[in-house]
Design a binder for this molecule. Structure first.
Ligand code: TRP
Length: 373
């Protein structure tokens, strides 16, 4: 039996799902247009993306999003990379060894080819003016709007019986501050993050309506668009979602021997004849996809080449492909981690540049709000 409240919630969910499939299509079309525009002229874009410092980045991150960030940077798009250290405490009480993890992210970023001369790498806890945007932004959203946010709902569900904290409830607003402090107009995301982008646009629009402009004719904040990732989706070695907590990841910085051991333990199936068939043979096909991504070869061709070589033949090929592809990245990473002073320097320089940008934006906000003293 369902209560009226439950029915209302269900109706809300249906509405959300149908809306999101239509808006997903629109976002996909728009992402294709944006890619074409970047190829013509990258100068109109500023990209912000980021990660929580909760552990080392893995090859799922690499093929799913990191490689794409390097591509955008190299295409000439101005890029900021956020280490979302405050966001770590949205769904857990402690931060873990946060400084070490932040510096490890910096090492990951630099080793894959993000260039600190071009790209600003910073931690948002170190940018006071960014965090100050939370205050006016919080005045522009309602509690029920935040409770309905699909990512807040799923994070709450994932945190077990942990009660909703004020920070978890308001973290979409903080994420809006991350994006808007630098007036980013492009955010590379997976489709699960689309509600955040919508919330960010709503905040930008409402700020304009309620508090006005720093200069006539130009809103303080642009409307940030999603750039849906065209990246591949790699599963973990057990065939489940690749995630640190499952222990099924291959980290970018892992050595070749550990990589070989992990791939050796990977789940396959009982059919010795190797074929590329993502629907019926997800685990085998995931390994083939990984080899294809690492080598640039066609997955069907790879499968045909292994033929009756079985799981053993497949794993041998995948191990070689991964280790070869990541060897230069790992060598760079080893050099970088041998020089922690350099990594700290890169982060501090990024923080300094992020603070300059944030101060300029906060100054526009103060002007628009009439709070210049
Ligand atoms: N939420 C992102 C994650 O879970 C990190 C993040 C924080 C982010 N603020 C952002 C990503 C702003 C894009 C834009 O990893």
């Amino acid at each position: 039996m369902s209560t009226p409240a439950a029915e209302e919630a269900d109706a809300g969910n249906d509405l959300e799902t149908s809306l999101s499939s239509a808006s997903l299509r629109r976002s996909e079309e728009r992402s294709a247009e944006i890619e074409a525009q970047i190829a013509r002229d990258p100068s109109g874009f500023r990209v912000l993306s980021g990660d929580r410092p909760t552990g080392n980045l893995h090859i799922g991150h690499y093929f799913g999003s990191l490689e794409n960030r390097v591509r955008l940077q190299d295409a000439g798009v101005e890029t900021l990379i956020l280490i979302a250290d405050y966001q770590v405490i949205t769904d857990r009480d402690g931060t873990g060894p946060i400084r070490e993890r932040a510096l490890s992210l910096v090492a990951d970023y630099l080793s894959i080819g993000l260039d600190p001369g071009k790209t600003i790498i910073f931690a948002h806890s170190a940018v006071p003016a960014l965090n100050q945007l939370m205050l006016p932004f919080l005045s522009l959203v309602t509690e029920s709007e935040l409770r309905r946010n699909p990512t807040v709902k799923s994070e709450l569900a994932a945190s077990g019986d942990r009660p909703m904290s004020g920070l978890l409830l308001t973290y979409p607003v903080h994420q809006a501050a991350d994006i808007l402090f630098c007036k980013a107009n492009l955010v590379p995301v997976g489709k699960d993050q689309l509600p955040h982008l919508e919330q960010t646009r709503v905040i930008a629009r409402r700020f304009d309506e309620r508090y006005g402009r720093a200069e006539p004719g130009r809103p303080v904040f642009p409307e940030a668009e999603a750039l849906l990732s065209s990246g591949a989706h790699i599963l973990g070695m057990d065939g489940e979602k690749m995630s640190k907590s499952r222990g099924n990841t291959i980290e970018i910085g892992m050595d070749a021997t550990t990589t070989a051991k992990l791939i050796k333990k990977a789940v396959t199936d009982s059919d010795r004849h190797i074929t590329y068939d993502p629907v019926n043979r997800p685990e085998v096909s995931n390994l083939i996809t990984l080899a294809a991504l690492c080598t640039g070869r066609d997955p069907y061709e790879i499968a045909a080449g292994i033929g009756d070589g079985g799981g053993g033949g497949l794993k041998k090929l995948v191990t070689e492909a991964v280790n070869e592809r990541f060897a230069p990245i790992r060598a760079r990473r080893a050099d970088l981690t041998a020089d922690p002073g350099y990594l700290v320097g890169v982060l501090r320089d990024g923080i300094r540049r992020a603070n300059e940008i944030a101060e300029a934006t906060l100054s526009d906000v103060r002007t628009a709000m009439g709070m210049v003293y």
